[in-house]
Design a protein around this ligand. Sequence first.
Ligand SMILES: Cc1ncc(COP(=O)(O)O)c(C=O)c1O
Length: 451
Amino acid sequence: MKLDQKGQKEECGTSKLIFDRAVKVLPGGVSRNTIYRKPYPYYASSAKGSYIRDISGVNRVDFANNMASLIHGHSHPAIISGVSEQLQKGTAFTMGTEAEVAYAELLINRAPSFEKIRFMNSGSEAVMTMIKASRAYTGKPKIAKAEGAYHGTYDYAEISQTSSPKNWGDINQPNAVPVVQGTPKGILDDVVIYPFNDVERTLNILDQNADQIACVVIDPVPHRIGLFPATDSFIEAIYNWTRKNSALMVFDEVVSFRVNYSGAQQNYDHKPDLTAMAKIIGGGFPIGALAGKSEIMQVMDPRQTFLRHPQSGTFSANPVSSIAGRIAMEMFDEQAVLNLNALTMTARKQIEESIKIADVPISITGEGSMFRLHLLEKAPLYYREAYESKQVKDVLKELIDYLFIKENIIMVNTCSCMFATTLTQKEVDRLSEALLNGFKLIRPKLEQFNH
Ligand SMILES: Cc1ncc(COP(=O)(O)O)c(C=O)c1O
């Protein structure tokens, strides 16, 4: 199907005009590559709850929620009110605020593994601080991370995020593959890549670097790998390995914290030493946070005579993000988490039904309030299984474009949904019906992948 150059121009002539200006001042016309779409991205004008209106007046249902960061949808009145009050008082000072302390108290009480917390401005920064704190605490240089996992843009954290059959190497010893041209070799040497959820191979790989690994970084529900959870046995194996080898087990819960009241870590017997968070904990504003054991977090304590990790950030713990985050997380209480997860499960069941009716080889993975569609009959369990070739990506893109342009539905471009508490059964029905139409549309193309 021609995904409507014509329709797109009619609906979004205004976006085209803005994009023409944008390419003159921004590389590729964008400030985040995620939002780029061909031939040009659409521009938002306003949003309320689960609906975003674009600059041409088209209203769409939002299942992406700014890449999983808006747990209560857009422009929540309680957050607007709290933030507006703070705006009158000032937005950032070279002083602490009580807002920061109140929010730290709230988050610390949310998960048993959180004894101390420190705020920063993004998930990337939280993961970076987690890795640096691990090195500072253990005195060791290397980190281990999963092939295919996205942890933001810190040099070490992004290695092998985009590993492909061309460069990923032997599964028993996956290559450390740079994402960015010019990444120094020294960085590749200090990142050990393991295959997520593959206990035996991972332990083997870790053993080969046993005396040098500061931390094993785990996203317990890694979106880019395939959005399936770490198995109990995988977490247990890593926990035991780290205890035996004086290393830390650290979780990136930037996305997965939404899964339960205490994050995805609530699902496991063994808890991380440190946890990086961001996204939903900002209530719609930029934030990052690192929480964990006091003894480890102490590496950042300025009262120490030997300060191992002097950590700072100009806008860290600014009162706007602190207040918005506190209000959002107060509202995302145990009952709200359960309700949201239940609605998401209903959506998954309805989509399973659409898959059956359309008779397409598609599967769903996910956890809590998020899920992802795969053009595979059987849900994948490993990164290399979930890996999408260019042909698969093209078909998924066609589906995403169809939903966006024809059905006015926004999903994350990996064909994932990240739910918000503002969604209701009405939007879920719309999603499963739109997907049914979309599945029928792409069905002829799917035959090529399942022979
Ligand atoms: C699991 C994970 N970690 C870290 C990050 C980086 O967060 P930010 O974009 O706030 O830097 C992301 C962003 O999508 C993420 O998905």
